[in-house]
Design a protein around this ligand. Sequence first.
Ligand SMILES: [Zn+2]
Length: 391
Amino acid sequence: MASTKHDSCEALLIDMVAFDTVNHHISGKADAEVELARYLDAVAQAAGLDTRSLPLGGESKNLLVFHEVDAAAPWLLFESHLDTVTVDGMSIPPFTGVIRDGRVYGRGACDTKGTGAAMLWAVQQYARAGGGPNNIAIAYTIDEEIGKTGVRALAGSQLAGLPWKPAGVIVGEPTMLQPVVAHNGIVRWTIHTRGVAAHSGNPARGRSAISMMVRVIDCIEQRYVPTLAASHPLTGKAQCSINVIRGGAQVNVIPDHCEIQIDRRVVPGEDNRLVVPAVEELLEQLRCAHPDIAVEQQAPYLDPPLDPAGGEAFAADVCRGLRSLGLPDEPAGVYYGTDASQFSAAGIPALVLGPGSIEQAHTRDEWLDLEQLHRGVQVYLELMRTALSVR
Ligand SMILES: [Zn+2]
């Protein structure tokens, strides 16, 4: 195992980058993050911090690092995911963590081991100074890039099993240290049509699933998409598009199956659980008008939007901390999803804030600017020292 003592935050980040934590849905390697979680557990303990493993089945776990100053103080939770996207096609060594031209290069350097290293570095300084207005916890979670199983378990059940409830959560993603308080949510699902196969020499003996799907697509594009009127000042307009179609087996067979995949972006304030039922109503009308159409929807993948409503007081606390460092404090919205929405959906105020730019995330030569990393430590430490108005 790499050393558990470091003389700089970038040295810690380089040791974190050295762990291959490519998401298991991509790599096929089970428990992809467990070695890194064990390592961070050892680093935190060596620094005198407390830790707790929150099991997820198999070897997998979320890791909680914490520092309690006072049983009566509010808890400020930080969160950073341990997994990364694929290393295929990268133009640099993915796990070597080279420093060049004031940048740390490597998969995950920016998204988002940089935020995870900065949080751990900041809490060590906070603990060494003694005292402070807040108790601090850092959750290192798994599987953010694909399934969000880590944060779903954390926000859904694991936090409820702890003796304290966080007053707010800072989710680490590269935002150039701008406070992000809003993003859209996602609904993705598949619609199938079922026909009857027959020889193409006598099409009347069959029923084409593709012809059925033409009517389904027409229904969605003409009668559903134009009705989407919701919008949010920070994240734009509700969106819906049909982006995958598959159907038919070969050119001389009437197709008995066709499917489409739909991507719907819901804005803060919309309920993503109502999307598929709204489409179902239109499909039911279509079935009534054309009884030969056999169409069904599959259960959707749901990721809620990050809604700033209800989190204003916590956001104001964070913005006050940023202002005291002379940094921009204008709350922003972004187009990409994060773990933050799972916390806000569970009633815990959450915002996204971290060093580095999303422009470098998922790239062939992923890197994080060292100046951003150091400023990230400074910002996280300042927030740990900021008295919260919420609890
Ligand atoms: Zn990320």
